[in-house]
Design a binder for this molecule. Structure first.
Ligand SMILES: Nc1ncnc2c1ncn2[C@@H]1O[C@H](COP(=O)(O)OP(=O)(O)OP(=O)(O)O)[C@@H](O)[C@H]1O
Ligand SMILES: [Mg+2]
Length: 256
């Protein structure tokens, strides 16, 4: 859910002013005395598309919540742009508000319906502006959630497995949409995904989180638009899977 935050509390997310979109230094977040994030450092450049991979439970959503300002029970330095928005795996639409009102939820300054409709047009959902959330398909609800993030005109867009619940075809379309929106808007994106191929199709840089820190990172220097058949793809895919502790199946015809 996109969010606007109250004023800073210390320690709190503040705007980075040194040409980076996000600067995190020595971030620690513990639950019941157990650090899930443990002195983590991270820098995101303005306009960069970064993906965050890591095994289930390693702390990806926890990190995103901190960057979104939804969790301030932290130690360390977190500098983020003032304008940021987050979309979660579940679209989290309010069922008693029409789609366009959901898009504007929590925005300052009472913006008009036209603002919502322009964001809905951008995600191909202009025709469902008056609909009730329960009448949307899963993919449409996810696009409404993206529209809600976009009306915030974020400099940093945080996406926590936004395509996780979608079928394969809808997922492909949603990936394309996010790539287009990113190219048009030029905001920094941090996308959490479990899908290495998705990561390599979309990102400038892939990060792997492990043991509470960013344990591995790689540039994804492939030309766009990308396809899984690109020559550079297999090596990057294989390396990321290794970093994630996943053994790749033997290639067809490989000796056993
Ligand atoms: N509010 C909380 N109270 C206690 N423990 C929590 C809380 N939030 C998260 N945790 C724990 O912190 C760890 C990291 O959780 P997190 O949701 O960040 O993982 P994740 O990497 O996003 O996993 P997944 O890929 O399954 O979504 C987990 O062990 C989780 O149980
Ligand atoms: Mg998670």
């Amino acid at each position: 859910m996109a969010t606007d935050l109250p004023g800073p509390v210390s320690p709190s997310p503040r705007a980075a002013s040194d040409g980076t979109a996000v600067r995190v230094e020595g971030l620690t977040r513990a639950f019941d005395g157990r650090p899930v994030i443990d002195k983590l450092d991270l820098t995101l450049r303005p306009g960069e598309f970064t993906v965050l991979l890591g095994r289930s439970g390693c702390g990806k959503s926890t990190l995103l919540r901190v960057l979104a300002g939804l969790d301030r029970d932290i130690e360390g330095t977190v500098l983020v742009p003032k304008r940021r928005a987050v979309a979660f795996q579940a679209p989290r639409l309010m069922p008693w508000k029409r789609v366009w009102r959901n898009v504007l939820l929590g925005l300052d300054g009472k913006p008009g319906r036209a603002v919502a409709e322009s964001a809905l047009e951008e995600v191909g959902l202009g025709h469902r502006s008056s609909a009730w959330p329960k009448t949307l398909s899963g993919g449409e609800a996810q696009r409404a959630s993206l529209a809600r993030a976009l009306v915030r005109e974020p400099d940093l867009l945080l996406l926590d497995e936004p395509f996780g619940a979608l079928d394969a075809l809808t997922r492909l379309n949603a990936q394309r949409l996010v790539a287009e929106l990113w190219q048009r808007r030029g905001c920094a994106v941090l996308l959490v995904t479990h899908d290495v191929e998705e990561a390599l199709l979309l990102a400038d840089r892939a990060l792997v989180m492990r043991d509470g820190v960013i344990a591995y990172e790689t540039e994804v220097a492939l030309d766009r638009p990308r396809s899984v058949g690109d020559p550079g793809f297999p090596a990057l895919r294989s390396r990321l899977l290794t970093e994630l502790g996943v053994d790749e199946p033997a290639a067809p015809g490989a000796a056993v």
